[in-house]
Ligand binder design. Structure first.
Ligand SMILES: Cc1ncc(COP(=O)(O)O)c(C=O)c1O
Length: 411
């Protein structure tokens, strides 16, 4: 799981200097500062709406988005988290928001103008799908084509002179299609467009999209980066120029700022991100293999399965695992799928993912939303398992017992 930065024979490690650190050290120390007033070795939660100004503020660095003035734009806890995330993704700058959707909205409403055209993946988280299918076209006059993002020819064919942005998730939610982000970046840049990717399912060290040519990485911090299901947040990471424009356009003008307490909670949760991801991935692999081998299960989609159509694309781009979300479905009467979920005793029915505990959600998606899903999910609905940190043996036993209650023992 460790990702090498500079060689260990390189400079002496300094916890404040990302360039000197290897492996997971930045996850532990990144963005944290000793408090100068108290000497506390953790950045305290700074619950203040404003920061002291000089008597004459005219001399303040014009346009410095990291200046501490007003918490809607920047606060001490936000700055630390931004610094941590920017370096973790090997980007120049980051902006944090109240939720992942606020981050997406902030990025899209800053980058796009009326008349622009967007190519969006045909598998996207529901909130993002709604932004592209309703809000952007209806409120901003933006044209959107949903395309199979795993087919470069289809993406090329959808390009128009007005195409300003290609947007995808690295691993799609809820059908885990895997985009080849280096190819998409090349296509976007050949046509003077930008590529934004939502990497919520694949935080570092699984992949660092900016290294593959992506212009903007977006995260729902609510998921793996916080990791404990108790605070919401979002982030955009990229070049200083692009991130500053989003900070100014979205945080300063529209709001959507994260609360200092939530930024602090997410910072604390992120200390163990690499360790947790390793466990999420190992558990997901074991559960996916169990489901794929079970004749009662109609279809399983997980890029870590060697037979999965996206295994090759995932293996080239991801390091250390294939993420923590396993999607599957059960054939037959929809009521059986509901009974199966009702019978679970360890796994909790709830939306979201990246929590410490395993969550499950069943949905029969409307045709317009499911157009890009694989056929069994269009036909039988999709059960999304957001694998947690329990023992995989217990998770498999719970799934097996509930399958037996509804469908009888595996043949
Ligand atoms: C891939 C993805 N992106 C964005 C979001 C939105 O994040 P949030 O719930 O923090 O607004 C979600 C939420 O589930 C998601 O799964």
């Amino acid at each position: 799981m460790n990702t090498e930065y500079p060689s260990p024979a390189g400079p002496r490690p300094d916890k404040h200097d990302h360039a000197t650190l290897t492996g997971d050290t930045w996850a532990v120390h990144g963005g944290n500062r000793t408090d100068e007033t108290t000497g506390a070795i953790r950045t305290p939660i700074v619950m203040a709406n404003s920061y002291r100004l000089p008597a004459d503020p005219a001399g303040l660095a014009e346009g410095d988005p990291d200046l501490l003035v007003y918490t809607r734009e920047s606060g001490a806890n936000q700055l630390g988290l931004q610094d941590k995330l920017a370096r973790a993704e090997h980007g120049e700058a980051a902006a944090v928001f109240s939720t992942g959707m606020a981050a997406l909205h902030g990025a899209l409403f800053t980058i796009l103008s009326p008349g622009d055209h967007v190519i969006a993946s045909d598998v996207l988280y529901g909130g993002t799908f709604d932004l592209f299918s309703s809000l952007l076209p209806e409120k901003m006059g933006i044209e959107v084509d949903f395309v199979d993002i795993t087919d470069p020819d289809a993406v090329r064919a959808a390009i128009r002179p007005s195409t300003r942005l290609i947007h995808t998730e690295v691993v799609g939610n809820p059908d885990p299609k895997v985009a080849d982000i280096a190819v998409l970046a090349r296509i976007a840049h050949e046509h003077d467009a930008l590529l934004s990717v939502d990497s919520t399912f694949t935080p570092p060290p699984l992949v660092r999209p900016l290294e593959h040519g992506v212009d903007l990485v977006i995260h729902s911090l609510t998921k793996y980066i916080n990791g404990h299901g108790d605070a919401m947040g979002g982030a955009v990471i990229g070049s200083r120029e692009l991130v500053d424009a989003i900070k100014y356009g979205a945080l300063h003008h529209v709001g959507g700022a994260i609360a200092p307490f939530n930024a602090w909670l997410i910072m604390r949760g992120s200390l163990t991100l690499p360790l947790r991801l390793q466990r999420h991935c190992e558990n997901a692999q074991a559960v996916a293999e169990f489901l794929a081998a079970d004749p009662r299960v109609a279809h399983v989609a997980y890029p870590g399965l060697t037979g999965d159509p996206h295994h090759a694309a995932a293996s080239v781009q991801l390091s250390g695992g294939y993420g923590g979300v396993v999607s599957f479905t059960l054939a037959g009467d929809p009521a059986d799928r509901v009974r199966f979920i009702e019978d679970l005793r360890l796994i909790t029915p709830a939306v979201s993912l990246g929590h410490d505990e395993t969550l499950i959600a069943y949905e029969a998606y409307p045709p317009e939303r499911a157009a890009g899903f694989s056929q069994p999910f269009r036909e039988h609905g999709l059960i999304r398992l957001a694998i947690g940190l329990e023992s995989s043996q217990d998770l498999i036993a719970d799934l097996d017992a509930a399958l037996t209650t509804v469908y009888g023992p595996a043949a």
